[in-house]
Every structure is written in structure tokens, then in C-alpha cells.
Design a protein around this ligand. Sequence first.
Ligand code: ADP
Ligand code: MG
Length: 534
Amino acid sequence: MARVLGIDLGTTNSCVAVVDSDTPLVDPVDNGRYTLPSVVAVAEDGRHLIGRLAKRQAVINAENTVFAAKRLIGRAFDDPQTQAALRTLPYRCEAGENGAVRIVIRDRRYAVQESMALLLRELKDAAGSYFNEEISKAVVTVPAYFNDKQRQAVKDAARIAGLDLLRIINEPTAAALAYGVLQAGDERRVAVFDLGGGTFDISVLQIFDGTVEVIATAGDAFLGGRDFDDRILESLISRLEREHGISLQSDRNAIQRLREASESTKIELSDRNTVEVALPFLSARRDGTPIHLQTTLKRDSYESMVADLIERTMQMFSETIEGAKLTFAEIDEAILVGGMTRTPRVHQQVAQMWGRPPSSGVHPDLVVAVGAAIQGSMLMGDTANYVLLDVTPHNLGIMTLGGMAETVIPKDTTIPTELRKTFTTVRDNQEQVKIVVFQGDSRRIAGNELLGEFVLSDLRPAPRGTVRIEVSFAISADGLVTVAARDVETGREQTIQVTGSHSLEEDEIRRMIAEHQEDLVATIDDAIDSVISA
Ligand code: ADP
Ligand code: MG
């Protein structure tokens, strides 16, 4: 029986699971832990540090440490979302060829896909040594809201890592799958509430007769644990600045230490009512006097700092239920996914909204990888088969006259799918049409993500409105898009696999595969050395 890796490639933490003799198993990675921080760093001598080692040295090597790269994957450098993300990240990025984001570390440029590939390979190697056998087939999960460009970029990353990617599936779908298999039987509707480190996803799924169908998805790619950390961070910074009359903004190491302390304080507040925050020698005044931080944070003041963030998740939760024309009473199960759902207040609010306690029977940090592994096993025909139906998260279509967005495949359509629509010319004797493909929910093209464009030429000279052009869109099970335009009369056709303007070129991918095969990943001992000597 061929084993398949189920990989949760998270913004903050990644995880790998494998179905072994019908039982989903989460593989230990990173010194026996079950999750790998999604952090990659480059040490002084050029070696890569990955996971906890990379996270631990982030304080002293901030600008050479890449975390939350998933926020950048498949996005253009000048995308406002990229710029918003970069304001919070200490490493340097620039625009590469085609306007793609390049991460600059120690004078070397990394594609975002490449940094993700290093994580994927680490997970692959960990599973390989656990099972004492190289496993390269994989199912990788992405947030439900990932568009085509982002999915393509994940595909590139998997190739660079030497994985044979069988399927990309949505994280909430994977989570439901983990529960669905455990509780097969009657028809049930499930809400998946996933609050991770960088993203929030809410999905409503219908599990019926061996089928898992996503009937609604929504979310916010910029709402997660980090925003909660930021609230604590801001309060600590303003407190220090007020007390000591200094500005900490340019002291990167102090900010990084404060950020780590903010996160661990937040995590501890899940179990305790009061947490002490102590950071000796955090910074110094102008005259050299050291500044120490010594304070306490109570759970209720933390809860009021983040009340609006939690409120936003609840708002989206109820809007999604309404959008699916359901009531909370019709939801049979609410599943909590993501480390942040261990926050008591989040748990309570979900319980209050739904009217019952949510289930978290499979560990919220591991459930997505488990679901991916189950999907992998199904694809190999090893597990009782569930047909997995997913829906497309955004409208897909083309630009029409006046910059309007005309939808061909509406959001929430079950995939894989293929749909057609017929268009016509707008001018007399028009010789060609430009097909501009978008993904998004705005009525105007400018408000959407452009996926690509191509030209269908040599149209028959004719009065406007008489030449018929059939545009067909196909979405594969991975959510990847192919668009074709056909002159109905002549049968002339143009097709593109929408790869997005900043996916990697074939020769770039080959170069990266070759380079990273040689690449030395530091061993544990080496890495500890390099932390001390830096
Ligand atoms: P992602 O899907 O983004 O990789 P995870 O599901 O691993 O994220 O969740 C990571 C987030 O969960 C981080 O912000 C982390 O601080 C937070 N987290 C982890 N454990 C806890 C806890 N016990 N209480 C509150 N937050 C937690
Ligand atoms: Mg996650």
C-alpha cells in the first residue's frame, strides 16, 4: 500500500499526517513535536534553519528569518495585501520578475514558493525517517479562500520540494473529513470554525451518504492569532514608551522579544487568569541605563483588548450561516480548528452563538493534516471512499464592455466543473477580442484579482453583435482554472491554463529543485552552535 503524506501547510505552523493501517497518524517533526513552526532562516554561513530552530533564533537574526510567508504566496509585490503584510514582517522583500514577491536574505533572492518548499521538504523528510521509507506522494491543504494564483504557487512549492502532489484541498474540508470518517452515518451539517495564526475560515459543510460537500465558505485571510498578539504587543510598547519616554520602533530586537512574549502570554492566558510578563534588559535609554519590562496581564483585560477581533469572527460566522439560508439550530456540529480556538473566550462565544458546546475531539492543531492524510488514502483507493465535493470560493469570469466583470462560474459552484457563456463583438468588423480573466466578487473588473489574459484573433468581418464567441471555464478538483474562447462559427479556439503572472517559469523551478537537492539543512547540533555564535 503506497503511503501518502497529508500536509497542513499553515501560516504559523505546519503538520504532516499519514494513514497507516487504516489509522491516521500524525508524524512527529521537529524534535518529537507534532507541529513545525512555518519558519525558515538563513544562518551566517548560508545554511537553512527550519522550524523551531529558526523560530528560536529569530530574535537575534530577525531580518534573515522568514515567517508567515504564506501571507505572500501567489501575490504580486504591489498588491495592497502584500504591502500590508510586509509592514508587519521584519525581513526584506522586493519585486522580482513579473512583479512577484522576492524575499531577500543575505543577498540571495528567494521566491516565496522556495521558502514554502523548504518547509514541505522538512515535513517530507520527517515522515520519511519516521516510516523509514521515502514518501513523496502528498495531499496539501490551503485556506478555502485561496485563489488560482495562490494554489498554483503551492503547486510550484510542492514540486521544488520533490513532492508528487496528488491533490490540493481546502483546510476546512480536510478538517470535516477527519470528523466525517470518524462519524460516518446520517446526514449532517457541519460548521468548521478555523482561527489559526494568520487566517480565519468559516465553512458550512454537508455530509451525506459518503459525500462531503462544502455548501458555503467565507473568511478573512488577514485575521488570525498574530492580530491578537499585536494587541498585546501594542499595549506593552506604549506602556514602555510612556514610562521611559523613549521610542522603541527602531529597536528590532526589542520588538521581536516583545512579540514573542506577547504570543506566549496570550497562550498562557488560555489556561490562567493572570500572567506575568518579564523581559530583563529589553532595551536601553539614551544614557545607557537598561530598560526592563516587568508587568502582569489579566485575562479580562486581554479579552477586552481583542473583543472586536473575536466579534469579527462571530459576525462572519452568523453571516455565513444566514448566507447558506440556514439557522444555527440546523447545524448538527460545529468543529473548532486552529490553535486560537483554544482561547476560552472564542470557545464560549462559538458555544453561545451555536447554542451548544462545539466539538474539538480531534486536536485542533492536527485535524487538518489528519483530514489531508485521509483524503490521500482515499485517492489511493485504500480507505472507504468519500466523494469529496468542494465549491469555488469566488466568482470567475471575464471583462466585458466598460470594465464590467461578467461572471461565468459563480462562487459556491461545486467543483470540478465546466461552464460556458456566449459573448459577442462590440464594434463593427472587430478582428479580435481580448479575454481578460478575473477571480473575485466585485462587479467592476478593477475590484477583482486578474488571473491572465489572451487574445482570440482573425474574427470574421461582421457587424457588431453578430460574431459569437463561446467562453468556457473549467475548474479542476484542485481549484485550478483553464479558460478557452472559441469562435462558434469557425471553431477557432484559444486556451490558457491560468497560471498567473507571477508563478515560476519551468526553468526556474528546475534550478530550484537542483539547488535545494544539494542544500545543506543544518543538523540540530550545528544549529545550536550557530545560535550561540551569532
Ligand atoms: P496556522 O493555521 O495559521 O498555521 P495554527 O492553527 O497552528 O495556525 O494556530 C496558530 C495560532 O494559535 C498562533 O497564533 C498561536 O499563538 C495560537 N495558539 C496556539 N496555542 C494556543 C492556545 N493554547 N491558546 C491560544 N492561542 C493559541
Ligand atoms: Mg491552519
